[in-house]
Design a protein around this ligand. Structure first.
Ligand SMILES: [Cu+2]
Length: 455
């Protein structure tokens, strides 16, 4: 890839946030698992906890494969080659992209620890021997203090916790990041190294602790967290979106693929990016058909109170992530904190697993206000599921997008031109008759890795 995209990120969201940087996202999205990922830390001088913090630590948890993401994606999506749609299992857990990282601390201090799961596939438990933690932030949303023993982080989730160190420096302590291997396919071989250990160093001249054995992690239901700002439950919703999450097959001869999606629609990249369709569509931008059926678009009006219910028709784990919003965590099957008057908000939440013998499908319910015009990706945060099409787009107030962002940055135009991606038109690239979808992409192209041009 010879082009670069120069942009400016303006964030009013307090830390930690993170982004995935993909240089050639259309053809090799799985570069994410190759390591093109990392945290962006946003310091917040107005943090309600600012006066309590003596220092900061950043901990990333991730999974590492010994093959490149593009090859693994080809394997995963191939129905003939992978008939049971088994996700590639990572080889190793990493903490701050290494094994045995050290974190120096002083006794009797309070540290703000930002913990991020930037793995492509694995969920993680997080544990610090001999210490409790106090959650004060989830996905950038401040919470009331909630003391916990351990954390559970789905892919894409971030926590900010306060760690109060012990009064004396007579021992160093292990920090454990442990993959939730119960979430992996049962018939797949387990990871070679599912645990990674770091060290909370009180005194570098004292011994390094060994990897701890935790019989049972003690975690906290994030639907039971309390948002610091006490924003009440949005009521009543005037826009309902129901999404049935499932996996299925594309049975096109010689192009049979394992796919996933919502409402039996698998997301497929269209000829024209949806943002360009919205920008060039005039009033047609309000009509969902112009984005293409396989963009799985939902058009929202400014100010809509949106309720989204996601039913899990698959037996696997699915951490759902939305761009553009933090959503109110209204209900989750099995939670004791459903339909509270002041629900927690965050941008990534875990779907409950479905037991295939259960006629009822578990679900989550979230709400948000459509107050942020844009084309927002809403998807499972596991990279393999994302590339299999477990995604929709929220087309939020498209006429305001046209007003607020009337043009595309030059560097982005050059990237598209080099790849033959049109800058205007409906999903199929038609711009004279915006309602003519002849040519929209209804079949997921054969995956063939990172070769360019695509096969
Ligand atoms: Cu998923």
């Amino acid at each position: 890839m010879s082009q670069e995209h120069i942009g400016t990120i303006v964030s009013i969201v307090p830390s930690p946030i993170w982004i995935i940087v993909n240089m050639i996202i259309c053809h090799s999205p799985s570069q994410y698992v190759d390591g093109i990922r990392g945290p962006i830390l946003v310091n917040d001088p107005l943090s309600p906890y600012a006066g309590q913090i003596d220092g900061e630590l950043v901990v990333t948890l991730s999974d590492w494969y010994h093959e490149q993401g593009a090859s693994l994606q080809v394997y995963y999506l191939s129905l003939p080659g992978n008939p049971n749609a088994l996700e590639p299992i990572p080889m190793s857990a990493l903490m701050n992209d290494q094994l045995w990282p050290t974190f120096s601390v002083l006794p009797n201090k309070t540290y703000f620890v930002r913990v991020l799961n930037i793995a492509g596939y694995a969920q993680f438990y997080f544990h610090i021997d001999g210490h409790n933690m106090t959650i004060i932030q989830a996905d950038g949303v401040y919470t009331d203090p909630q003391q916990v023993q351990d954390l559970y982080l789905a892919t894409g989730q971030r926590y900010g916790v306060l760690l109060h160190t012990l009064p004396t420096a007579n021992q160093n302590y292990a920090i454990l990041g442990a993959m939730d291997i119960a979430g992996f396919p049962r018939s797949a071989p387990p990871p070679a190294n599912p645990n990674v250990t770091g060290v909370l160093v009180y005194d570098p001249f004292l011994s390094i602790p060994s990897t701890p054995v935790v019989q049972q992690f003690s975690t906290f239901d994030d639907f039971c967290l309390n948002p610091f700002d006490k924003i009440p439950l949005l009521y009543p919703p005037n826009k309902e979106i129901v999404l049935n999450l499932s996996t299925f097959s594309q049975t096109v001869p010689l192009n049979e693929q394992n796919r996933g999606g919502f409402n039996n629609i698998t997301y497929i990249t269209q000829r024209v990016p949806s943002l360009y369709t919205a920008l060039s569509g005039g009033l047609y931008a309000l009509n969902p058909i112009v984005y293409g059926n396989h963009s799985n678009p939902f058009v929202l009006s400014l100010g809509d109170f949106v309720e989204t219910t996601i039913y899990n028709y698959d037996t696997g784990l699915h951490p759902i992530h939305t761009h553009g919003h933090t959503v109110q965590l209204v209900a989750r099957t099995g939670s004791e904190c459903n339909y509270r008057s002041i629900p927690m908000r965050r941008d990534t939440w875990m779907e409950p697993r479905w037991n295939s013998s259960d006629p009822n499908h578990p679900s989550t319910v979230v709400r948000f206000i459509a107050d942020n015009p844009g084309i927002w990706f809403f998807h499972c945060h596991m990279e393999w599921h994302l590339v299999a099409g477990m995604d929709i787009i929220l087309v939020e107030d498209p006429l305001q997008i046209q007003t607020g962002q009337p043009d595309i940055p030059l560097s982005m135009k050059l990237i598209c031109l080099e790849q033959g991606i049109p800058l205007m038109g409906n999903a199929a690239g038609n711009w004279i008759n915006f309602l003519d979808l002849t040519g929209e992409v209804n079949v997921a192209p054969m995956e063939c890795g990172s070769d360019y041009p695509p096969c």
